[in-house]
Design a protein around this ligand. Structure first.
Ligand SMILES: Cc1cc2nc3c(=O)[nH]c(=O)nc-3n(C[C@H](O)[C@H](O)[C@H](O)COP(=O)(O)O)c2cc1C
Length: 393
């Protein structure tokens, strides 16, 4: 990978290794679970650049208990992956408990992360994801069920959440304290409400407040880290114990090398030329084909990464469009060979925001969900029906 040295704005903050239960990473970084992205192939690419925790795409507890082929694919790991971090979603304590029992009992994972941050309507409409912590007792019961089952095998459980449903219905401080009391190994906060989806800016002050409220386990900050400098700044401003990085690494798995260097106080940053980017795309596609055991599926998956990889580089619109339609590795090779492989890194235009953004959206919720924080009446019935196959966000 080509790299240039840039002087960091300020010295790296002193940060201890990140401990999640028995697992430790000298670099306090977590790859955020991203549905449709953080499969074993993408995690391998990222892991090759730096140390950290690398979390799977979310799988639903119900699908896992039913052993659907797709959920079983979601909990596959490379033999050298450690710890194996699985993200689970669920709205029913018994089902989440059963899924955790299965995962730890069969030795499928070394760390379980619970998803309480998903804002997509088909999830929140059922009371799941970012809607769930509003029902405080239900949230507590789910965390308790997961921790009880996981602790039988010494597997740590973490929770990942948003600030709340909206600014009038914030849940993160109460949820963070409850999760800590139930014995989780860390709590992560994405500094947005569900209503914000991915719009605006993540509220890092909320991460600082959570850090004040949760004192006995690591607090991880998430939202809008696009560079090593952002990660260092988040730690400096919030006092958080580690950072969770999502969209910033889309099309830039080498961000984990920058993060490792940044946290170690080193100034070098990876700034690949187009030839190196093309080689990474090729390798990513190959790993995806291997992961799915199906060339077409692997090629279909790489299509969504193309725009992120080539952001800021001079690549004609026609070529981009054709790259976005590849269906074989041979076709991909042919197209990549037409790129100007000597093109250097273009600078700032290749950095910065990428992936989901958009505008605030009214949160789809079960009827009467916000009326009170107890689970009763119609809301109870909705939650009982809610253990469906859903995909994340
Ligand atoms: C494509 C995509 C898929 C996501 N899927 C999940 C998911 O399955 N589980 C989850 O907890 N968060 C999911 N998220 C949210 C991220 O984990 C993260 O919290 C969010 O993107 C904010 O971090 P960032 O600003 O570093 O991207 C997803 C985000 C994106 C962009």
């Amino acid at each position: 990978m080509g790299s240039v040295s840039t002087a960091p704005d300020a010295p790296a903050p002193a940060v201890a290794p990140l401990r999640i239960g028995p697992h430790e990473s000298p670099t306090p970084v977590v790859l955020a679970p991203m549905a449709g992205i953080t499969n074993a192939a993408f995690r391998r690419l990222c892991r090759e650049h730096g140390r950290g925790f690398y979390v799977s795409e979310m799988t639903t507890s119900r699908a896992l208990v039913e052993r659907t082929p797709e959920s079983m694919r979601l909990v596959t790991f490379d033999p050298d992956e450690h710890p194996r971090s699985v993200q689970l979603y669920g709205v029913d304590p018994a089902t989440v408990g059963a899924a955790v029992r299965m995962v730890v009992g069969e030795g499928l994972a070394d760390h379980i992360d619970l998803n309480f941050g998903c804002p997509v309507p088909k999830v929140t409409r059922k009371g799941g994801g970012a809607a769930l912590p509003w029902k405080h007792e239900l949230f507590t019961q789910i965390v308790r069920a997961a921790v009880t089952e996981a602790s039988r095998e010494g597997v740590p459980v973490t929770v990942k959440m948003r600030k709340g449903v909206d600014e009038d219905h914030l849940t993160y401080l109460a949820a963070g304290r409850a999760a800590e009391a139930e014995g989780v190994a860390a709590v992560a906060l994405h500094g947005r409400t569900a209503e914000q989806h991915y719009s605006g800016q993540a509220d890092w002050d909320a991460i600082a407040r959570l850090k004040e409220a949760v004192t006995t386990v690591p607090v991880l900050g998430n939202g809008d880290i696009w560079s090593a400098e952002d990660a260092l700044e988040m730690v400096r401003r919030t006092g958080c114990d580690g950072v969770v990085v999502g969209r910033g690494c889309l099309g830039r798995p080498w961000l984990f090398a920058d993060l490792e260097a940044g946290f170690a106080g080193r100034a070098e940053r990876v700034r690949p030329g187009l030839g190196q980017v093309a080689a990474t795309v090729r390798r990513h596609a190959e790993l995806l084909v291997e992961h799915y055991g199906d060339e077409l599926k692997g090629c279909r998956d790489i299509r969504k990464h193309i725009a992120w990889y080539f952001k800021g580089y001079v690549v004609g619109g026609d070529l981009r469009a054709r790259l976005g339609l590849v269906d074989t590795l041979a076709a991909l090779d042919e197209l990549l060979a037409t790129l100007d492989l000597d093109q250097p890194h273009p600078g700032e235009t290749a950095e910065g925001p990428r992936g989901r953004a958009g505008s605030p959206q009214r949160v789809a919720l079960p009827e009467g969900w916000l009326d009170d924080q107890e689970l009763s009446g119609p809301a109870l019935a909705v939650v009982r029906q809610a253990e469906l196959s859903v995909s994340g966000g």
